[in-house]
Write a protein that binds this ligand. Structure first.
Ligand code: ZN
Length: 514
C-alpha cells in the first residue's frame, strides 16, 4: 500500500514513500561526532565536507561509504515494507568541540526533515553519544529532547551509540531504546542496529513495553574487547539477555577525553515492563565490570621500551601510536614514534601522518622524485616537533581510502614516501588507521616489514591481527594521555572514580546523572 504525503514531505521523502507501507513510517538520521574537549582543534563547517556529510539519503547515494550504517537500517525497514524518510548523515573525524553554528545547522536540518516527514511511528538515530558543541555539553540529549517534542510522546525513538559516549538523563528520558555497540573495535554495528530495529518495531507494534535502568560504574578507562577480561565480559552481556524479559543490555565504556558532567562508564539495561528487574540486572552487570577495574588499567610502554621490546621479537610487530590517535581527537601528526622506528634501521612502515602540505609537495615533485620534507608537528601543542627527512616519492593517490569494518573511508590525496628503510604514508584527511589497505592501497608491501607503526589505539586490531605476529600499544606525550587518574576534569560531576580512587563504590556518595 502507498500513501500520499504530498505537502508535508520533501522530494526525497515523497520518492521513498512510493514503495512504503503506510502502517509504519520510519525516520532515519545519523549525526556522530566524538568530541575531545581537551583538544585545541575546533570542529567547524570545514570538517563537515566530502566524505563526512551528506544532506539526505546517504544510504542510497553512498551505501558502501558514509551511508553504510543508515543503509543497514533502511534495508531492515524496507524488507518489512515500511515507509522510510531519511535525513542527514554526518560523521566528521573526532576533534575538539563543534562550532555552535555548525552544530545547530545540522541539528536543525534533522528537526526540519522530521517535521516535513509528518506522522512517523519510529525515529531511529545513529548517534555517537560523546558530541560536545559550543554551548552544548550534551548534544545527543539536546537532539533527543527536540526530536521528542516534535514527534510526540507515543512515537518510538531508538538510538544506537558508540560505547565511548556519555549517557545522560536527557538521553534516557527521551529515547525508548538505547543500544551501544559491544565490541571495541566496533565491528558489531550491524548486529546492534538489527537489535535496535527489531525492538523498536516491536514497541511500535505494541508487542513490548520497554523500560530502562542505568547503573553508574564510577570508572573512567579504555576497555578493548578483543582480549580478556573484556572478551569474557561481552559474553556475560550476551548471556544476560537469555532471560526473555531482558530485552537489551549495553556497557557504556565512556569517553575519557570528553569532560562533561556524565563522563564515565555505566551499564544500561532494558526489560519488558519491569523496572525493578532492569535495575537488578544493571547492578549485577555493573558490579561484575567494577570487579575487573584493576585488571583493566592500560599497560602501555613508553616509546623507548616499546622499541626495545619490538627488537627482541620475531616476525611483524605493530606499534600503535595510542596517544596521537586522531580517532580520539588527537592531531595525528606527531613524529616521535616514527623517528624512533626509523632509528632502528629495520624494514618498517608508518602511517598515517596528517600533513596536506607535505602531500602537496610530493604531488608537485612527482613519482620517484627525491624530496627534502619537514613532516608533521603542525597542528597544535600536542603535535610535538616535525621531522625533517630526505625521501623518495614512491606512490601518489589523489583519492586514497581505507576499509573500516566493511565500508570505505577516505584518506584524501596521499603520498607514499621512503626514507631510509621506512615507508611512510602522508594523508590529507585526518584519520586513524583502520586497515592494512591504508598502506597496501598505495603499493606498500607489509609482508617484508619487521615493524609497522599505526596511529590508532584499538580499531586497527580488526584489520591487522591477521598479519601481525605481535601488537604493542605505545604511550607517548600525545594528546590522549592514558593516566586516567590525572585527566584534568572541570565539568565531570563525580571525581570519585576509579582509577582516581581505588574503591569508589565503597564511598556512599553517588552523583546522579544530569
Ligand atoms: Zn568508540
Amino acid at each position: 500500500m502507498t500513501i500520499s504525503i504530498s505537502g508535508r514531505a520533501n522530494a526525497a521523502d515523497r520518492e521513498d514513500a512510493m514503495t512504503g507501507d503506510a502502517g509504519t513510517h520510519v525516520f532515519l538520521a545519523q549525526f556522530c561526532m566524538e568530541t575531545n574537549t581537551f583538544s585545541d582543534l575546533m570542529t567547524g563547517d570545514e570538517c563537515f565536507g566530502e566524505g563526512t556529510y551528506i544532506r539526505s539519503r546517504a544510504s542510497l547515494t553512498d551505501p558502501t561509504g558514509l551511508g553504510y550504517n543508515l543503509r543497514i537500517l533502511r534495508d531492515l525497514a524496507e524488507a518489512d515494507g515500511l515507509v522510510v524518510s531519511e535525513s542527514v548523515c554526518a560523521y566528521p573525524e573526532p576533534g575538539g568541540p563543534i562550532v555552535r553554528s555548525s552544530y545547530e545547522e545540522i541539528r536543525d536540518s534533522i528537526l526540519a526533515d522530521l517535521k516535513l516527514a509528518g506522522d512517523v511511528t519510529m525515529v531511529l538515530l545513529v548517534l555517537h553519544g560523546a558530541m560536545v558543541a559550543e554551548g552544548y555539553d550534551d548534544c545527543e540529549g539536546d537532539i533527543l529532547c527536540r526530536v521528542r517534542k516534535i514527534a510526540g510522546p507515543d512515537v518510538t525513538i531508538g538510538i544506537v551509540l558508540d560505547p565511548h559516549c556519555h549517557l545522560t538523563n536527557a538521553m534516557v528520558e527521551n529515547a525508548n531504546l538505547i543500544i551501544a555497540m559491544r565490541q571495541y573495535p566496533h565491528t558489531d554495528f550491524a548486529e546492534r542496529a538489527k537489535e535496535l530495529y527489531r525492538l523498536c518495531k516491536a514497541r511500535a507494534d505494541g508487542v513490548i513495553r520497554p523500560v530502562t535502568a542505568v547503573f553508574d560504574c564510577r570508572m573512567v578507562g579504555l576497555y578493548p574487547t578483543t582480549i580478556e577480561p573484556m572478551a569474557g565480559y561481552v559474553r556475560a552481556l550476551e548471556a544476560s539477555e537469555a532471560d526473555d524479559s531482558v530485552l537489551s543490555t549495553s556497557l557504556i565504556h565512556g569517553f575519557p577525553w570528553g569532560d562533561t558532567p556524565d563522563t564515565g562508564a555505566c551499564v544500561i539495561v532494558t526489560t519488558q515492563a519491569d523496572r525493578s528487574l532492569a535495575y537488578r540486572v544493571a547492578e549485577r552487570l555493573g558490579h561484575q565490570f567494577y570487579a575487573m577495574r584493576d585488571a583493566l588499567l592500560p599497560n602501555m610502554p613508553a616509546i623507548a621500551e616499546a622499541i626495545h621490546q619490538a627488537a627482541e621479537l620475531d616476525g611483524l610487530t605493530i606499534l600503535a601510536d595510542a596517544a596521537d590517535n586522531s580517532g580520539g581527537g588527537a592531531p595525528g601528526d606527531r613524529t616521535d614514534l616514527l623517528k624512533a622506528i626509523m632509528a632502528t634501521g629495520a624494514p618498517s612502515a608508518f602511517g598515517t601522518i596528517f600533513d596536506p602540505e607535505a602531500v602537496d609537495a610530493c604531488m608537485e615533485a612527482g613519482l620517484e622524485a627525491q624530496v627534502k620534507l619537514r613532516i608533521g608537528g603542525k597542528l597544535g601543542a600536542s603535535s610535538g616537533e616535525g621531522l625533517e627527512l630526505d625521501a623518495t616519492v614512491m606512490g601518489l593517490d589523489l583519492c586514497h581510502s581505507q576499509t573500516v569494518f566493511g565500508f570505505t573511508s577516505p584518506l584524501g590525496a596521499s603520498a607514499w614516501i621512503r626514507s631510509g628503510s621506512t615507508d611512510i604514508v602522508l594523508a590529507s584527511i585526518r584519520s586513524q588507521v583502520f586497515g592494512p589497505d591504508a598502506f597496501t592501497g598505495l603499493g606498500i608491501n607489509l609482508s617484508n616489514k619487521r615493524i609497522v607503526g599505526v596511529k590508532s589505539i584499538e580499531h586497527f586490531r580488526a584489520g591487522f591481527r591477521q598479519i601481525a605476529d605481535h601488537i604493542i600499544c605505545v604511550a607517548s606525550d600525545g594528546a590522549l594521555g592514558m593516566d586516567f587518574a590525572q585527566l584534568r576534569y572541570v565539568n565531570k560531576r563525580d571525581l570519585q572514580y576509579h582509577p582516581r580512587i581505588r574503591d569508589p563504590m565503597a564511598l556512599d556518595t553517588l552523583a546522579p546523572l544530569s
